[in-house]
Design a binder for this molecule. Sequence first.
Ligand SMILES: Nc1nc2c(ncn2[C@@H]2O[C@H](COP(=O)(O)OP(=O)(O)OP(=O)(O)O)[C@@H](O)[C@H]2O)c(=O)[nH]1
Length: 297
Amino acid sequence: MTDPSVFHTGFIAIVGRPNVGKSTLMNRLIGVKVSIVSNKAQTTRHRVSGIHTDEHAQFVFVDTPGFQTRHLNALNRTMNRTVTQSLAEVDLVFFVIEAGRFSDEDAQVLALLPKDAKVILVINKVDALEDKSSLLPFIDANRARYPFAEIVPLSAERGQNVDRLLEVARGYLPEGAPMFDADDITDRSERFLAAEFVREKLFRLLGDELPYGMTVEIERFETEGRLRRINAAVIVDKPGHKGIVIGKGGERLKRISTEARKAMEDLFDAKVYLEVWVKVKSGWADDERALKSLGYD
Ligand SMILES: Nc1nc2c(ncn2[C@@H]2O[C@H](COP(=O)(O)OP(=O)(O)OP(=O)(O)O)[C@@H](O)[C@H]2O)c(=O)[nH]1
């Protein structure tokens, strides 16, 4: 049993083949919807996708980039090395499989786990198991596959035994103060996400016309209860790019901002006033600013 007076904080990666229920589990673990957000933590190389904090521990869930189990070719093998490296940097891995089933794809994911990683085997979807008595032999069969630190059967969808997973996981996280303030992270995440949504719509609606070097900056982000006032600037490099983003009669920009606003309202569970405009900030303008800051006019 872990000493409850000691606080634990650490990074966890959730891995598994497609469709085993990783997202469902993540949503369960995080609980509050608004916390299921991407946040580029400044202090770490990890991309944080969710955080759960209770009185004993802070669980920081991170994305594993480039996971690939289908079509093993040279490129994917290189990507898989990246996966193995990023998994070596977390404190704990949740390897998720489906109850009663261990496929070749599961084996491929398992093979990517670094040899000395601490891995908890999460057997998900136990609710869907027709013959409940088959669970114990299934657990035993999996013990032989890898030196799992723990094996936890659960149902992410129904929330069964999910608390147990957190309780067990805590003992594998290093002792230490929380890295993130739960409220803080929510605000910063929303701001970060707002930029992500605008970017995503730009990518989707501009397609091949996407100007090189385009960025999105959130110039204003205000929270008033369940209302957000957000101003986003799409920054392009050349005056000619401005028209591409705006489109004929402003149609394109209007669509981008409407779709981004809807996505934000869904996720933030709030009313959103969003203004999006396009600014040209060429290299030349930057030079000029740089000169001004040095006192040259
Ligand atoms: N019966 C049952 N179904 C579940 C459970 N957890 C997830 N599912 C279902 O399994 C399907 C896949 O769930 P996801 O959470 O999207 O799986 P994933 O691993 O994130 O999938 P990818 O994003 O493709 O990698 C969905 O239809 C879920 O509703 C569970 O505990 N029991």
